[in-house]
Design a protein. Structure first.
Length: 479
């Protein structure tokens, strides 16, 4: 009996001593090594590089030998070989709870509901539960492509994005860090949902928007969002929005320590946003040089959203045609010849490059916009405004593809990376948390095989993702 007791104690001691390795006792520590580390802030490259991660945060950045010496013996090490490390990407403008299937032009024309042609309208009347689960999928897909932080600017029902944020933070579902705006504020304008059944219209609109009239109701709308614990306020500026109304919303948001992102596309709305003191202007397509100068002087951010660039909507629409052809082929199971025909047609559509006139992209406008913003010295970041179903791509792949169009439009690679890391973090007010691989920030890292400065499309092939010190994916690991 006594002998048995001693061996039990010895076994217990053995178990306890294995448990008390540095990685498991107290804060977990990981050493990440890579061939290179690109610092977006300076453009400098450290080679070789290492990052010491402790308790989900970056503790130290330096050479592998230096950090190895500072790390506890037997520290968990992730060796990424010759890969290039970067901060996790930030999408400053997205809509995770929408995945709209673009419909044919004829359908859009027949069912015009302001800017809410039937596809968007269908998206917002769906069950909130269904939408939030869709959002969970989009969030996971973003994270897998290296997007470790997003700012979700509306179209989430009443609390879909705040709930998704909390579920991710609680570890229930994987996804990026989310700054959630709740419902977006807007006036009764011309471009959003119209011509609905009057008996249902208010219920539908209130599910998606906080409609206000006058400064007092603008303040009240901000407070409603504060009640739902949002991280940011989104306001859509149309030409009928007044400066006092927007200024009231902004003052109320700032009182609650929230930044205000203002959707403004035309010159009048952009001027309203500037005069009322917005923190960022979203889209800003028609901005003048004089307005860029005003933004620069006030320290406002310009948030590029090159969503339509490169005939994007044509490709998205072609995808829906191809998808329906493939579905048709599936139904023709007994008819081998016709099935082949429809499958071939689908392939042809996917390969084609036709522009059907419904494509609203204006590449020339964007090429000049990129040059003018860079020249103006205004602070800028980038978002995707992604809410479209893109056949054959995950949400993350489609989103990163949008960032790359900034380079096609003339933005140097380093600025594209800044727009989606350091600059974006500052615009979000999270410069002490994300956007750079620096001590004290969350350990949100990505790695690509090549040199993203030489080939920015490397960002489309993110092979390693770490969020909060935890590995999300590592294609460099030996299989
Ligand atoms: Zn948007």
């Amino acid at each position: 009996m006594r002998k048995l007791g001693i061996s039990f104690v010895l076994a217990l001691v053995a178990v306890l001593s294995t448990v008390q390795t540095p990685a498991q006792c107290g804060a977990p520590i990981t050493l990440v090594k890579a061939g290179r580390f690109l610092d977006p802030r300076t453009g400098n490259v450290l080679a070789p590089a290492a990052v010491l991660v402790e308790d989900g945060k970056i503790k130290e950045v330096g050479s592998p030998s230096q950090l190895q010496a500072h790390a506890p013996a037997g520290v968990k090490t992730i060796d990424l070989g010759s890969a290039t490390l970067l901060p996790g990407l930030i999408d400053s403008h997205t809509h995770l709870l929408m995945d709209i299937v673009l419909q044919a032009e004829a359908e859009r024309a027949r069912h015009l509901n302001g800017g809410y042609v039937p596809a968007q309208l269908l998206a917002i009347v769906e069950s909130p539960g269904k939408r939030v689960l869709l959002g969970a999928q989009m969030a996971r897909e973003d994270l897998e492509s290296g997007i470790t932080t997003v700012r979700n600017l509306g179209h989430s029902g009443i609390d879909g994005d705040t709930e998704l944020r909390d579920a991710i933070n609680a570890g229930r579902v994987p996804g990026p860090r989310i700054l959630a705006s709740g419902r977006k504020l807007e006036t009764h304008g011309e471009t959003y949902v119209q011509n609905l059944n009057p008996a249902l219209a208010d219920a539908i609109l209130q599910q998606e928007f906080l409609l206000f009239d006058g400064p007092d109701s603008a303040r009240q709308a901000v407070r409603q969002n504060v009640f739902h614990n949002v991280d940011v306020i989104k306001v859509t500026a149309e030409e009928n929005l007044t400066v006092p109304e927007l200024a009231a919303a902004i003052e109320e948001a700032h009182r609650n320590h929230l930044k205000v992102a203002v959707h403004a596309v035309d010159k009048t709305s952009i001027q309203t946003a500037i005069d009322a003191g917005a923190d960022s202007i979203e889209h800003g397509n028609d901005i003048t040089d004089e307005q860029l100068k005003q933004m620069r002087d006030k320290g406002m951010f310009f948030d590029f959203t090159p969503t339509s660039y490169g005939h994007f909507f044509t490709k998205v629409f072609e995808g829906t045609i191809a998808e329906s052809l493939v579905l048709r082929a599936k139904r023709l199971e007994a008819d081998q010849r016709n099935r082949q025909l429809f499958n071939d047609l689908a392939q042809q559509v996917l390969k084609s490059e036709f522009v059907d006139g419904s494509d609203v992209s204006d590449d020339q406008l964007y090429n000049s916009l990129v040059q003018r913003v860079l020249k103006s010295g205004v602070k800028f970041a980038a978002g995707t405004d992604m809410d479209w179903h893109y056949l054959g791509k995950t949400r993350g792949q489609a989103s990163v593809g949008r960032f790359l169009t900034l380079h096609e439009a003339g933005m140097p690679s380093l600025d594209v990376i800044r727009a989606t890391t350091t600059n974006a973090a500052e615009m979000l007010g999270w410069q002490d948390r994300v956007g750079a691989i620096e001590p004290g920030r969350f350990a949100d890292l990505v790695a690509v095989a090549g040199d993203p400065l030489a080939d920015i499309t490397e960002l489309e092939r993110v092979r390693f993702v770490m969020k909060n010190g935890e590995v999300v994916k590592n294609d460099f690991a030996p299989h």
